[in-house]
Design a protein around this ligand. Structure first.
Ligand SMILES: Cc1cc2nc3c(=O)[nH]c(=O)nc-3n(C[C@H](O)[C@H](O)[C@H](O)COP(=O)(O)OP(=O)(O)OC[C@H]3O[C@@H](n4cnc5c(N)ncnc54)[C@H](O)[C@@H]3O)c2cc1C
Length: 459
């Protein structure tokens, strides 16, 4: 049977655009459907605008440290939210335009519509009164923020709206303990909002190394973020003074805004997956094999909708592996091990490999190397900030299996460390690397003393 397209991609985000572009470049007839804006979460309402907000919010800290270096006259400096938001929006529109151009240059058709599966080869384009057929389909619809169902939840915002607020809130309660919550706590705090971070677990950043979690929480508090842990958010009441949030510990907090950063879920609702024979796993994500193929023979899925590792570079690599396998006659799987990641908290985190707890679980014995120090920039005028660096080495083979850092430039530094970890570097090889001086990163290659956590001291 002749189909309208060789490949129909649903979703023009990180994964869909990369896969669609590479497939179209092989000469395949490709269409990419997007219901919102081309670029997806990362470009429109994720990584990119968030990083601009982080940059904007860091100036307050820079100004403060500038005083220590003899600068004055910065006391009255003020921030204009509207100026920033419009500059940010112009840049986001430019980037989205580049994605559109790249798709078009590759020869793919871009369809501005919500696409819904009718069967394994037929896609309905909502609002266009049109259906198209395709030999192969790629689902790359990403994820969505999860909103809690507590009374008054409709008064709160998520990260989606945080990028478009009319004004900078004087005060904000951020609910959640994951990386998005922590990043926005730093952003709003830096810009001058009074920030309370509420999380129901024992500490923020579940899944990160324990030392990193403790360190970041302490640094956030030093910068003025109020952190409330092990407490539930029961309800929100809208009053003339603001939004009153009632906590399970009996305390109430009144803030101008409440932001939910309470997790994300695969965006599969109303997509017609059942009519195409595409199964979900127990987490509600599309079930795929190592080639990103779903339970339907001609349908693949990549990115956040598969809930493997929900990061842009991972979605891109999964999309590229799909295109290589299906359109370049080159079966390719993407290796999800040792994916480095950054949290743009203030100070930021860079991490790759296992946490100490994971390493202790996996290996008989592990060696830990750890350093906590004042970054050079703050050394002579008493800045409070501390930098954390940690190496985890499995004892038997001396392989470096985890690298963690909290401090200035950690995201940049971890990218390079990730190459070494991915290559299976040993501690000895790591130590043979000569330091770059004076940097913070040099601390990583000069850590010689093993660190024994106090709780293991007696062993
Ligand atoms: C606030 C925030 C900050 C983040 N920061 C980072 C970061 O710093 N680093 C990082 O690596 N990752 C970050 N991420 C994660 C990153 O954005 C995602 O992992 C990445 O965008 C996933 O790409 P994707 O292709 O799977 O989906 P998406 O980029 O979400 O793209 C999916 C696209 O599909 C469209 N779509 C959905 N359904 C349909 C349909 N039926 N028809 C047509 N179109 C449809 C959507 O509108 C969307 O444009 C962040 C995410 C958030 C929310």
């Amino acid at each position: 049977m002749a189909y309208d397209y060789d490949l129909f991609v649903i979703g023009a985000g990180s994964g869909g655009v990369r896969a669609g572009r590479l497939a179209a470049m092989t000469g395949a007839k490709v269409a990419v459907a997007e219901e919102h804006r081309v670029g997806g979460t990362c470009v429109i309402r994720g990584c990119v605008p968030k990083k601009f907000m982080v940059y904007a919010s860091e100036f307050a800290h820079h100004f403060k440290s500038a005083e220590g270096y003899g600068w004055s006259g910065l006391e009255g400096a003020s921030f204009d939210w509207k100026t920033f938001i419009s500059a940010k929006d112009i840049e986001i529109a430019r980037l989205s335009g580049i994605y559109v151009t790249n798709l078009q240059k590759a020869g793919a058709d871009l369809v501005h519509a919500r696409a819904v599966l009718k069967d394994a080869h037929t896609v309905e384009l909502l609002g266009k009164d049109q259906t198209v057929t395709a030999d192969k389909i790629l689902v790359a619809t990403g994820g969505r923020p999860v909103r809690p169902t507590i009374p008054g939840a409709e008064h709160g915002i998520t990260s989606e709206e945080a990028f478009h607020l009319e004004s900078l809130p004087k005060s904000i309660l951020i609910v959640g303990g994951g990386y998005i919550a922590v990043e926005f706590a730093g952003i709003f705090n830096g810009l001058g909002s009074e920030v309370t971070l509420l999380y129901r677990g024992p500490n923020i950043l579940r899944g990160f190394d324990e030392d990193v979690r403790v360190h970041v929480a302490a640094e956030l508090e030093k910068r003025g973020v109020k952190i409330v842990l092990a407490t539930e958010h029961d309800r929100i009441e809208k009053t003339d003074e603001g939004l009153v949030s009632h906590f399970s510990n009996g305390i109430s907090v009144c803030t101008e805004q409440v932001m939910f950063a309470t997790g994300r879920e695969p965006y599969v609702k109303g997509l017609g997956l059942e009519s195409a024979g595409v199964e979900l796993n127990e987490r509600g994500a599309i079930k795929v094999d190592e080639y990103s193929k779903t339970s339907a023979d001609n349908i693949w899925a990549v990115g956040d909708v598969t809930d493997r590792i929900n990061l842009t570079p991972v979605a891109i690599r999964e999309g590229a592996a799909f295109a290589a396998t299906v359109f370049q006659d080159n079966p390719t799987t993407y290796d999800h091990e040792h994916v480095a990641t950054a949290v743009f908290s203030q100070p930021p985190i860079g991490t790759v490999g296992l946490t100490e707890a994971e390493a202790r679980h996996k290996y008989d014995k592990v060696d830990i190397y750890r350093a906590i120090f004042r970054p050079m920039k703050y050394s002579f005028f008493g800045g409070e900030e501390r930098c954390l660096m940690k190496l985890i080495v499995e004892e038997a083979g001396q392989k470096v299996v985890g690298v963690h850092m909290v401090g200035p430039d950690a995201p940049e530094i971890i990218q390079m460390a990730a190459i070494a970890v991915k290559m299976g570097i040993t501690k000895q090889q790591w130590d043979q690397t000569t330091a770059v001086h004076p940097t913070a990163a040099e601390e990583f290659v000069t850590m010689r003393e093993k660190y024994v956590p106090p709780e293991l001291g007696a062993i």
